[in-house]
Design a protein around this ligand. Structure first.
Ligand code: AMP
Ligand code: ZN
Length: 432
């Protein structure tokens, strides 16, 4: 059941004790970097070890902008010789963020990935098709090394070319996929067009993540492929994937607390919130050699799920990411998260695999326009049937987001494809 039984089943007291020890170790490493040396000047560290987690909460946060401002190696704590890899997130403007890894950092990351995959039921006999971008993006290589460490066979296919993906799946009898949720939905359309039968494939598990998606989308993917889909969460500042992962109970994602210390804060005040309350997720690395990061604000909104998981792991679970504090839309004063819209759309059997949200100004009012693909079999109905469906969708959306959107149906395959993570929202206010 477990990849590393001792650490995975360690009790709460053991985990808390370990966290405190590791936080102190991290502080004494972090202070070697020019950035933290300056930032922690006022905190009497490391001469005075912190004695409680409460003490730790006095430390300042680190933000993405700090990484940009200290480009390229202001947070580096080791000599350059020790670095064996870097990853970088694309910055459209200004400096990108860079994260460095030593050999040990890469080994730790691969092990966390192997542990996550084993927890989701992946075994050595599996054939693993990694449909993720290889390169600077951490999703591809992060899983790649984890699968190899676990000992399953990896197909390092990368993204794109749906027909070729399906051909590999069939010929090599792929049993596990790593795939973006938006692409899993679109790939199924190609599978149907190509008249490929699920019986000719051998799929049993998909690891889905890297982008926000709803429980409804997960269920849809599970039904379409007749598989189990597990949520995988990570961010490049904390390595990438392998930060938090679902176990087979699918009741939240276990954060590997021997490697990352999670906190939930009120995004406005920065105050730490108790388990169970929704807020912004903050992480501190607990094992990094090259580049420890303290109290990193992820901007991701979630909560820590109180209580124990039946799987026997005490590593705390985070809830599905509701959105990012910076992707909240304010429409005529009403706060709306794109995931609220997806959740409602995906409850409709007729809704296909793609949708986009546009925000527009109309007669001095802000209006939400939703373009949604409808499955081909439902285009055959009468106009009245389509109008009635549209009415039901609008009604259900209005009940959720309190404003009435304009809904437009489009044929499958007509909305733009996403090369990677889906871009759902187009804010056209004051741009048209
Ligand atoms: P990057 O650092 O470019 O890999 O992006 C990391 C971000 O992707 C996170 O901060 C989240 O906003 C998003 N993300 C990753 N995994 C998930 C997931 N399972 N659910 C929702 N959002 C995710
Ligand atoms: Zn569990």
């Amino acid at each position: 059941m477990y990849w590393e039984k001792d650490i995975e089943t360690l009790g709460r007291d053991g985990l808390n004790k370990m966290t405190l020890t590791k936080l102190n170790q991290m502080l004494s490493t972090a202070i070697k970097s020019p950035y933290y040396q300056k930032k922690l000047k006022d905190f009497d560290i490391p001469n005075q070890p912190i004695k409680s987690l409460k003490d730790f909460q006095r430390l300042p946060f680190t933000e993405k902008q700090d990484l940009r401002d200290h480009f390229p190696d202001g947070l580096l704590c080791c000599s350059k010789e020790e670095i064996i890899r870097m990853h970088s997130s694309s910055g459209t403007t200004g400096n990108p963020t860079v994260v460095y890894h030593t050999k040990k950092d890469i080994e730790t990351w691969a092990n966390l990935m192997a542990r996550s995959l084993y927890m989701a039921g992946v075994r050595r006999r599996d054939v693993f098709q990694n449909i993720m971008g290889y390169g600077l993006f951490t999703g591809g290589l992060g899983f790649h090394y984890g699968v190899e460490k676990l000992g399953a066979m990896i197909i390092p296919i990368g993204t794109g070319n749906s027909k070729r993906q399906l051909w590999f799946m069939k010929e090599f009898q792929t049993s596990v996929l790593h795939i973006l949720p938006n692409y899993a939905l679109r790939l199924h359309m190609v599978l149907k067009e190509e008249k490929i039968k699920l019986e000719d494939l051998n799929l049993r598990i998909a690891c889905i993540g890297s982008e926000p998606h709803t429980e409804e989308t997960r269920r849809k993917i599970e039904e379409l492929y007749k598989i189990k889909a597990y949520n995988s969460y990570g961010l490049s500042e904390m390595n990438g994937p392998g930060v938090a992962f679902e176990c087979t109970y699918q009741s939240g994602m276990h954060v590997w607390e021997d490697a990352f210390y999670p906190e939930i804060i009120d995004p406005q005040t920065g105050e730490v919130l108790p388990d169970g309350e929704w807020g912004e997720l903050v992480f501190t690395t607990l094992q990094r050699e090259a580049m420890p990061i303290l109290r990193y604000r992820t901007k991701d909104l979630t909560r820590i799920i109180p209580g124990a998981c039946p799987c026997g792991r005490h590593h705390r679970r985070i809830d599905r990411i509701k959105g990012r504090s910076d992707d909240m839309l304010i429409i005529n004063g009403v706060n709306i998260f794109p995931m609220q819209i997806e959740q409602k759309l995906m409850q409709f059997e007729e809704v296909g695999s793609n949708y986009i949200i546009e925000i527009r100004n109309e007669n001095y009012l802000e209006k939400i326009h939703i373009k949604v693909e409808i499955k081909p079999e439902y285009f055959g109905g009468t106009l009245t049937q389509l109008e009635s469906l549209k009415g039901r969708i609008i009604e259900s959306l209005k009940a959720e987001i309190t404003v009435s959107p304009v809904v437009q149906f489009v044929e499958p395959g007509t909305l733009p494809d996403f090369a990677g993570k889906a871009q759902r929202v187009f804010d056209l206010r004051n741009k048209e």
